[in-house]
Design a protein around this ligand. Sequence first.
Ligand SMILES: [Zn+2]
Length: 369
Amino acid sequence: MLTDDLALLDQHCHGVRDADLDRVGFELLMTEGDLPRAPFESMLGVTLRRLCAPVLDLAPHAAAEDYLTRRRELGWREVTRRLLRASGTTTWLVDTGFATAELTGLAEFGELAAGSVREIVRLEAVAEDVAATGVAAGGFADAVERELRARAADAAGLKSVVAYRTGLEVPERRPSPATVACAASRWLSAGGGRLADPDLLGWLVHLGAEIGAELALPLQFHTGFGDPDLHLLGADPARLTGLLKSTRDTGVTVVLLHCWPYHRNAAYLAQVFPHVLVDLGLTIPHVGARAAAVLAETLEIAPWRAVCYSSDGYGLPELHHLGAVVWREQCGRLVDQWIAEGVLTSGDAERLVAGIAASNAARAYRVAA
Ligand SMILES: [Zn+2]
């Protein structure tokens, strides 16, 4: 297939868990909820047994228990090394905003993957770090901006998880300094912590868009499914329309991540707004054998230069691996079918898959494909 040998640029993923896991620990990382219900008996579960088992020297479709035993035998490092390297991904853009002591850091991830790794800085994590320094409310906005600019200097992009905090209905215009100072005072005097204040989040997103435009750093938004915290309706990327209108001529690139089940809405936004890119992230391994259908729905209307690949792997290197191999299998199948039906030429198909695999993201993030 056309996708077989393409090197991938994974434009959105996270670190992996740096420990051997028991079944409960493994299953917890297989689901986007916080109460796993037999996740091996799901599309993701069967896809994982089919495609990851051979990487650990087992037959495809090995039983879950055998898979987990073999995983412990090899140890998490060897398993991670094998799965990441066998994905054919050469560049990884890693979101470090949900860094816990339990996840690999950038350097360790790069070494295990034998690939090049760049950081994506999460806006909310920077604001929360600044709040934890004991800064006064009056100096909060300036301190966040300083810290964000310092962290952005080596980063490939910025990212917001506002979808998981207040939803994507952010104000079209940046809240005033007085509003921000007042909100900062409320939040800081309550002890800071997890930032969920709509005024501060709105301000932070606009600040991210401004810095992103200035430094040519794309601004990513988690949208659609992807976290047990979210209210799904609030994570519809169509809710970002006001922000997209106010940023379309500023030079910033906005990247909509995950998107499912709103991938058609995201595809529409990518057609209407020339500064919008979309990816499907963890949707691909989660929907498994249905990924060609979801990809086809995205490509119904999104300009092909606006679609990017990512795995959104988090915790389990199986997810980074499956993002890649399921994408190769399903996208390859889809374009093969379109070529056979005369929908496109093989030249069109080559450009389409090369764009999604790496070159669309490479252009936006200015990283080598
Ligand atoms: Zn994600």
